[in-house]
Write a protein that binds this ligand. Structure first.
Ligand code: HEM
Length: 511
């Protein structure tokens, strides 16, 4: 099937539907059957609804629409009623006051293929299975003791990158720091979650990036299901290919773990999941607390993949955004390096125990999250029952998008200089990243907030601190800060479209 861009496709559907527009639109109701009124929003077209208004970077398009229709806005994306939330007050209503109602995720075609029919954590519906997967993943991977347990791994890998960069510096060469950080996070993530190194046998990075792009795509099959079998965007074909790659890779990882010799007593996350499966196999009637997982091979693969997807691109995209902003803002770069010199000194490297004292660095990271949240619309939620919020009727199975990108750039919420990278705006403000302050939600909020927040934060803080402490960073000669490409690429994680970031390091510690 010929692959078409979403825009061309919607244009064709629009032309086909012109006769309907003239006949049906005058009778389109904004009221539901029981008389409740949906939130305000633009008039939907037949078949496609408002899909044509999404633009290639939907968080930007939706921000403009919300400026016209308000912070609780209703769109019809194909056949799916969608509410877009774009203010801190509205976000608090959906993610705190009525969190239980909006704690589910919609079933989408991508998670059927990529996440084994939503058997992982990120896209599974709210209920006992999700609760148990969350409990298990948190205790085995992202709890404070596990984060501490992996500190040595993070240190070894970061130090090895610093050594490599020292050689680049000594040779006066230029390096793609985005690529290097990507490789670093990839290695840390592999070792932490899969208990193995990336030995280049499989392109896990490629698989994860493709999965994220497909999971974030506005797939017509999800919004106009009868068009699904035609696969007009070519997404189903890509999903089938990526799901085969994922399964091949995951199967190999499970087999490797199952064949581990008895002398190898180390237990990683994969071993824990496998032990639960074995427990279920040998005692299927057991009512152990994880029993409700009824964990099978596919569940294990889906859970592992969700953790990899959650951990991998989020941290590397955040570090890459932070680096780009620091290179464009010499004043901030100077301040953050001055703080590192005064807190850590120039005779030793940063250690994780220093991170708590680096308050300016913390504000730099917050400012990066404000301007470049890697999940600008969070992950979509779905309502579990009919509800009325602020007089608006929101029926069961409505999709909810929270535009944290728009909230972060709202001058009424922040201040007039919202577009400026200005970490000092956080001075003296008790704004934390944990989802308690609804104007700042880089990890979401409520039940479905990111379970890997603490781990992600430690990784981002430590990697950035070390690189900024060890080196002076300059753009290659002939390049100016305005040449840094800040274009975004859209997917479940929004990173820089041009993933290269060329810089020239100079080692600055006294060895
Ligand atoms: C800088 C790092 C990270 C950022 C910015 C980030 C951001 C996010 C965001 C915005 C969400 C959606 C929250 C919502 O819908 O309310 C999310 C969900 C999730 N994240 Fe993270 N994340 C990061 C690191 C991690 C790590 C290290 C892991 C795992 C090891 C992880 C695993 C997940 C999972 C499994 C979900 C889905 C939770 C659910 O649906 O219940 N994330 N993350």
């Amino acid at each position: 099937m010929l692959k078409m861009s979403l825009t061309i496709l919607l244009a064709i559907l629009f032309i086909i539907s012109v006769p309907y527009i003239l006949i049906i639109i005058p009778f389109t109701k904004t009221r539901s059957k029981n008389g409740g009124k949906h939130p305000p929003g633009p008039l939907p077209l037949p078949i496609i609804g408002n899909l044509h208004m999404l633009t290639t970077l939907p968080h930007r398009g939706l921000q403009k629409l919300a400026q016209k229709y308000g912070p609780i806005m209703c769109l019809r994306l194909g056949q799916v009623l969608t509410v877009v939330v774009s203010s801190p007050e509205a976000a608090e209503l959906f993610l705190k006051r009525h969190d239980a109602v909006f704690a589910s995720r919609p079933r989408i075609q991508a998670s059927d293929y990529v996440s084994y029919g939503s058997k992982g954590m990120a896209f599974c519906e709210y209920g006992p299975y999700w609760r148990n997967v969350k409990k298990l993943s948190t205790s085995q991977l992202t709890s404070p003791s596990k984060i501490e347990f992996f500190a040595g791994l993070r240190r070894d890998e970061v130090v090895s990158l610093v050594d490599e960069l020292k050689r680049v510096a000594a040779a006066h060469e230029v390096v793609d720091i985005s690529g290097k950080v990507g490789e670093l996070i990839e290695t840390i993530t592999y070792k932490m979650i899969l208990g193995r190194n990336n030995d280049d046998k499989y392109d896990l990075k490629g698989i994860i990036e493709e999965s994220l792009s497909l999971m974030g795509a506005f797939n017509l099959a999800d919004y106009v299901p009868w068009l699904g079998p035609l696969d007009l965007q070519g997404l189903t074909r890509r999903l089938k290919t990526v799901s085969k790659g994922i399964d091949h890779l995951m199967e190999n990882i499970l087999v490797e773990h199952e064949q581990k010799g008895e002398h190898d007593s180390t237990q990683d996350f994969v071993d824990v999941l496998l032990s639960l499966k074995n427990q279920h196999d040998t005692n299927p009637q057991s009512d152990d607390s994880y029993q409700v997982l009824t964990i099978e091979r596919d569940n294990i693969k889906a859970i592992l993949l969700d953790m990899l997807v959650g951990a991998f691109d989020t941290a590397s995209a955040t570090i890459s955004w932070a680096f780009s902003e620091l290179l464009r803002n010499a004043r901030v770069m100077k301040n953050v390096q001055a703080e590192l010199e005064s807190v850590v000194g120039t005779e030793k490297m940063v250690e994780e125990k220093d991170l708590g004292k680096l308050q300016y660095l913390d504000m730099v990271i917050k400012e990066t999250f404000r301007l470049h949240p890697v999940g600008p619309l969070l992950a979509p939620r779905e309502s579990r029952e009919d509800i009325i919020i602020e007089g608006h009727y929101i029926p069961k199975k409505t999709r909810i998008l929270v535009n944290v990108w728009a909230i972060g750039r709202d001058p009424n919420v922040w201040s007039k200089n919202v577009e400026e990278f200005y970490p000092e705006r956080f001075i003296g403000k008790d704004i934390d990243v944990r989802g308690h302050d609804f104007k700042f939600l880089p990890f979401g909020a409520g039940r479905r907030a990111c379970p890997g927040m603490q781990l992600g934060l430690v990784t981002v803080r430590y990697v950035l601190a070390q690189l900024l402490h060890c080196f002076i960073w300059e753009l290659p000669s002939g390049m100016e800060d305005k040449d840094i490409d800040m274009t975004e690429s859209f997917g479940l994680v929004v990173g820089r479209a041009n993933s290269n970031l060329l810089v020239k390091p100079t080692y600055r510690l006294l060895d």
